[in-house]
Structure formats: C-alpha cells, structure tokens
Design a protein around this ligand. Structure first.
Ligand code: PHE
Length: 450
C-alpha cells in the first residue's frame, strides 16, 4: 500500500466515525428538547449548568465510552462482560450494557413520536399555513396535531419503519452521505434563522433570557434536568457511542474526535436557542410552554421571512434526518446484541427491536391527548419515561462507565487509547473524581438529601 492510500484510509475512517458520532449526538435533543427545557427551567442559569456538565462530565465520559467500545469491539453488553473478565472484576458489570439497551429502547419509543411531529411539519410548511401566520394559528396547528392520535400514529409508524429499514441494512454508505450533507445543511439553516432572529423586536430580551444567569431560578430538579440533558444530547450513558467506538480503527485519536463532536453538538443546541427565544418574546409566547415550543414558534419565523415556505420545508426535512441518525444510535446497541447473542439476522433483529419500540411508543402518543390526565408523581407517561431515562438511567450509566474507565481500566491502557498527551492527567481527574461525584451530588440534591 502506498503512503497516500494509507493516509487517505485513515482520514476517511476518522471522518466516518465523526459523522456517525455527531449524527448520534445532534438530533431532536438539540433542536426540540434543549430550547424547551431551558425555557421551562428559567434560561441563562440552566444554560450555564448545562455547559458545565458538557465539559466536566459529558466530554470525559464520551472519551471513556468510546475507549471502552474500541477495547471491547462488541455490543455494549458483551463489551462490558469481556472487559470485566479481562480486568478480573465481577461479571455484573455487563448490566451497564443492559441498562443502556433498556434506556435506548425507552428513549426511542417517545423519540419516534416527536420525530413524527417534525415529519408532519415538513408537509405543513409548504401547504400555505405560513401565509400571514399569527401566533394563534401556529398554536392551533400544533394543538390539532397533538390532539390527533391517528395523525401521530401514521407519522410515528413511518418514522420507526424508516429507522428499521436503515438499521437493517447496516450502517450504510448512503447514510454516511446523508449525514455529510445534513450537518452543514442544518448548521446553515440555523444560521439563517439566527440572522432572522437578530432582526426581531424580541432579540435583546431573548439574548438576556439565554445568557444572563439568574441563579435564583435554579431548583434541585432543574440541575438534574440540565445534567440529564447533557447526557441525552451528547448521546451518552447508554452504549451507543460504545457501539460506534467498537467500529473505530486503532489509530484514530479518541480525544480529538470527542472534542469535535461535543463542540458541534453544543453549538447546534445554542444556535437553536438563539433562533427560537427572540421569536418567542417578539410574539408574546410563553418560554416555558413545554414540548410544543419549536412547533409554535418557528412557523412565525418562517412565515415572516422571504422564501419561508421553502426554508421551513427544508428545515424540517433536516430535522427529520438529524432525528433518524440519532434513532439509529438509540436502537443499535439492542440490534448489535440481538444479532450477536441470539444469532438473529440483522434484518430480523432490527424488525423485532423496532416493533417493540413502536409498541411502547403508543403509550407516549396517547399521553399527549386522551391519556394526558393519567399521571404518576404529577407526570404524564411521556414526562415520566423522559425523566426516568434522561435524568436517571443515562447519568447512572454514565457514573458506572466513568468508574469502570477511571478505576478499573489500567492507567497505561487508557493513556495509550486516548492519546491526550499532557492533557491525560486532566481527563483522569475528571473521570475518576469530578464526573462521578458531580452526578452523585446532583442526584442527592434533587432527592433533597443535600
Ligand atoms: N443525542 C440525541 C439527540 O440529541 C439523542 C440520543 C440519546 C442519541 C442517547 C443516542 C443516545 O437527539
């Protein structure tokens, strides 16, 4: 092999990993969830805690999870079992893999319903709904979809079917090409929305809401939500990055790739916030309205910009692709395990896993309309599943991954895998002490123990 081919090969595999990992990270979490959570939790202070969690907890865990995946080279459950055996610790560590598979399933079950809303909006945008759109019309359109389980069922089913189709084919070249176009496309579209937002009357109010922290607004629960969102948005704590790490060639620097992915993910979330809040304040919408926030605010932006129908349609198409690349990451640990351990073909494994998620998703779907009055601990089924997965299961998985990578994997081995040079000692402090203790303290605080 000539030097040049070698170089090219290395570059393209690093790019493939970065595309897959950012595809997993960038999704509805950035565009739909981050804005509404920060709206519900008071703005600037939430953003600051979120950023601190990304840097202090998320980034070191992303490196740890990728590293464990590359060492194990199997599905998360088998990777954890194999690494535990190699290190001479208890096989129960494989339950970290199980926790991840379960979290991925539960998240995808509702993720698909929300992705279905964005699919419905692809068609709404082109259909004349944007002509002279008022806040009332935008609100009505979203409420109509939310109140119609039959419409949501069609889109939820279409989204799961698309996910199964792609996953059953393996991570295909076609998808890589889509991701390669999708990311810059999404970035440009958000930039255009940000520029539009800068000219609206609510811009300065929106900016101070986003970037001026008022710590009195932070509760124990909002700290927990900010941390959970860091895990959710980076796609950590459930083994999907571990699976992607398992396909990673040895020579790729995990440290640099993770920094790139975490930075891109954070940038997209912040750009979505900057696009949405000025529009919210210009139109006297309520920042804390919940999961409908982007669906009730963005049509007002698209409706008032030149070429809005076209841009709006394109935007929701991009959101759909961003969602599907995340959905693949959510289901991949289960599919990898089913095909490794149950010797199912990839096609069958994807269909079974996809069907189970689809079925579970029916509960979420109903919880937005007829089931809205059924609550546990004051939460609807959607809110409960979201809380248990994003705020409990992912951080718990994260602590275990941090402890395993920081305390059980040998120092020389992790140093060699991560290639962080003189920064390695910082990673080690973060992964051994800062990340697990912070998650623990935030848990304890939310439970009223601190
Ligand atoms: N990170 C994805 C998003 O922001 C969701 C996700 C969570 C993907 C966990 C993989 C694992 O939309």
């Amino acid at each position: 092999m000539t030097d040049q081919r070698l170089l090219h090969g290395q570059w393209s595999s690093r790019l493939a990993f970065i595309l897959a990992a950012s595809g997993s990270a960038i999704g509805l979490g950035n565009i739909w969830k981050f804005p509404y959570l920060l709206g519900e939790n008071g703005g600037g202070a939430f953003v600051l805690v979120y950023l601190a969690c990304v840097v202090g907890i998320g980034l070191p865990i992303m490196m740890a999870e990728t590293m464990l995946g590359r060492r194990g080279r199997q599905s998360p459950i088998n990777t954890m079992a194999a690494l535990a055996e190699e290190a001479g610790v208890h096989r129960a560590w494989r339950y970290v893999g199980w926790l991840g598979v379960a979290a991925g399933f539960l998240i995808l079950s509702y993720y698909s319903v929300i992705a279905g809303w964005s699919m419905a909006y692809i068609f709404k945008m082109g259909g004349g709904f944007l002509n002279n759109v008022t806040p009332q019309m935008a609100q009505q359109t979203f409420q109509d979809i939310k109140a119609a389980p039959d419409v949501q069922l069609v889109w939820h089913t279409a989204f799961m079917a698309a996910t199964v189709l792609i996953v059953s084919k393996g991570v295909s070249q076609g998808l890589e090409r889509v991701a390669r176009l999708m990311m810059p496309g999404l970035f440009l579209m958000l930039l255009a929305l940000d520029i539009y937002a800068a000219g609206t009357s609510g811009f300065s109010q929106g900016m101070s809401f986003l970037f001026k922290p008022e710590f009195s607004k932070l509760t124990g629960e909002s700290l927990l939500v900010a941390m959970g969102q860091a895990f959710f948005s980076l796609g950590l704590g459930m083994g999907s990055i571990m699976v992607y790490g398992s396909y990673l060639p040895d020579h790729v620097s995990i440290g640099r790739s993770s920094i790139f992915v975490a930075t891109a993910d954070t940038l997209v979330a912040l750009m979505a916030g900057v696009a949405i809040f000025p529009v919210v304040f210009s139109n006297q919408l309520a920042p804390g309205m919940g999961p409908g926030l982007i669906f009730e605010s963005l049509p007002l932006a698209f409706g008032h910009m030149p070429g809005g129908s076209l841009f709006g349609t394109l935007f929701f198409i991009l959101v759909f692709f961003a969602a599907i690349t995340s959905a693949i990451a959510l289901i991949e640990p289960a599919v990898a395990w089913l095909s490794e351990n149950r010797s199912l073909s990839r096609v069958r494994a994807s269909i079974y896993a996809g069907f189970a998620c689809w079925f579970l998703g029916l509960g979420t779907l109903i919880s937005f309309s007829h089931g809205a009055s059924v609550t546990w601990f004051g939460k609807t089924l959607f809110e409960l599943v979201d809380f248990i997965t994003a705020d409990l299961m992912l951080p718990a998985g994260g602590i275990l991954i941090a402890v395993f990578a920081g305390w059980i994997v040998k120092k020389q081995e992790s140093a060699q895998e991560l290639e962080l040079g003189s920064y390695f000692c910082y990673w080690r402090i973060l992964i051994r002490y800062v990340a697990p203790l912070s998650v623990f303290i935030i848990f304890a605080h939310a439970m009223g123990l601190l």
